[in-house]
Design a protein around this ligand. Structure first.
Ligand code: TYD
Ligand code: MG
Length: 429
């Protein structure tokens, strides 16, 4: 009896504190797995990054430098979805509807079918935008860009952290309650990314970055967060006169302009998500004309280049102290992976010695401080990609595991360290 009283007491006090409790824990086995009916997306390079089609009720942030092609890609997405008969609203805070129409005309593909379902509006007021979304019953909404939108409820200006956060959270709420897919464009701001896409990364479901060198045609759409699919997948596009074209065979594209048998050029295979891509590494060493020797990387990390040149100087006794060293990844790709070390080091050595590397050879391996080679993952996938493009030889670290699924077309040589590798690749040194 007394126990009863006590438990009653606890009950009342709890409900006084927490109010009426409405949520109820459910056993895992009784919860239905949601059947996400994704909106099909025929742009396969885009769908690959999303992990399939577009998830209704998801919020996707698309970041990138100004001028890289975000608006173009978003308009292509909009026309694709609109041509399937779904209502799409494209909100621009930066461009007039005429400007967007002009861009749409350039795209041509799927443009005709999209005419009646694609709505454009130039608007920066959040409450107006929400009203448009609701009146049109849009299934897909594109906000270009989130930094131009302002809510009346706040005093701060457009693009401030509080505005960007508030507008995103309001739009997210609309998206979730009405099952609307939303794509928010965010400019990466040069000034330390204040109020740029970074402040929103944790609030949205998916974060994609459009990368590339503005002076090159290739663009990479990279997934860095995805609640509905894989992360670190990339889609490869080429900016053309008719918008962003899909590059379904990136290895071929990145090697297209290669000059075989040129000193200072090597080929490696980099993993972008689960996808191996062949890239050409170019190096040029030239005598320093004035002051300290320079190390200029383009597409590889500066510290990585310093490490590689230091190992070449100390372990291989290569005289680089009076040499400027330039390293370039052809096509504007950025390589983060240490697996490219051997290709970078060999390209530099090849340039210093003015001796070309065999044209049918790929180089794989991370270089340690003692010059030792370390194995990197996905070796088999990398070798198969190289075989597909006709490469016949590969140098890999001797520490790499033995496996029988290497391609038979490729003659694989194992090297213990950089010295070993260079002896094979540049034999007359
Ligand atoms: P844009 O999509 O406006 O970039 P962002 O929204 O990221 O600032 O496009 C940038 C550049 O792309 C612009 O200089 C024009 C060029 N462009 C093409 O080369 N081909 C095309 O079909 C389109 C629409 C644009
Ligand atoms: Mg734009």
């Amino acid at each position: 009896m007394s126990a009863q009283v006590i438990s009653n007491k606890i009950d009342t006090s709890q409900s006084e504190i927490y109010g009426s409790i409405t949520s109820k824990p459910i056993q895992l086995e009784h919860i239905d797995a949601p059947t996400t009916n994704r909106i099909p997306l025929p742009i396969t390079e885009f769908a690959r990054v999303l992990g399939g089609g577009i998830v209704p009720g998801s919020v996707v942030l698309v970041g990138g430098d100004p001028g890289i092609g975000k608006s173009t890609l978003m308009l292509q997405l909009a026309t694709e979805v609109a041509s399937q008969g779904l209502v799409v609203l494209y909100v621009s805070g930066e461009e007039s509807t005429h400007q967007i129409k002009m861009r749409a005309v350039r795209l041509e593909d799927s443009y005709e079918d999209a005419l009646s379902n694609l709505y454009l509006v130039t608007e920066t007021n959040l409450h107006q935008i929400i009203e448009h979304i609701q009146t049109l019953e849009a299934r897909l909404v594109i906000i270009d860009s989130i930094q131009t939108i302002t809510s009346n409820d706040l005093d701060s200006g457009a693009g401030s952290v509080t505005q960007v956060r508030e507008c995103t959270s309001q739009l997210t709420r609309i998206s979730k309650t009405n099952d609307i897919a939303m794509f928010l464009v965010g400019h990466v701001t040069k000034e330390g990314a204040i109020a740029g896409p970074r402040v929103l990364e944790h609030t949205v479901d998916t974060v994609l970055y459009l990368e590339g060198d503005r002076h090159h045609a290739y663009r990479l759409l990279r997934g860095v967060k995805n609640r509905f699919g894989p992360t670190s997948e990339v889609g490869v596009f080429e900016m053309s006169g008719k918008g962003m074209l899909e590059v379904t065979n990136p290895s071929e594209a990145f090697l297209a302009e290669r000059m075989a048998r040129a000193p200072g050029s090597t080929i490696t295979v980099t993993m972008e998500g689960t996808r191996p891509i062949l890239v050409e590494v170019q190096a040029l060493a030239s005598t320093t004309a004035f002051g300290n020797p320079r190390r200029t990387p383009n597409g590889v990390d500066f510290n990585r280049l310093l490490l590689v040149t230091a190992v070449l100087a100390r372990r291989m006794h290569m005289s680089l102290a009076n040499q400027d060293v330039f390293v370039n990844i052809v096509g504007g790709l950025q390589i983060q992976e240490p697996a490219a070390d051997l290709a970078i080091a060999t390209a530099i050595a090849s340039s210093v010695k003015d001796q070309p590397v065999p044209a049918d050879m790929i180089l794989l391996g991370e270089i340690g401080l003692s010059g030792e080679l370390r194995a990197s993952g996905h070796l088999s996938a990398r070798l198969h990609e190289a075989a597909k493009l006709g490469f016949k030889r590969a140098i890999i670290p001797s520490s790499a595991a033995y496996t029988d699924d290497f391609p038979v077309e490729i003659d694989v040589t194992r090297a213990r360290d950089l010295r070993d590798a260079l002896k094979i690749v540049l034999p007359t040194q």
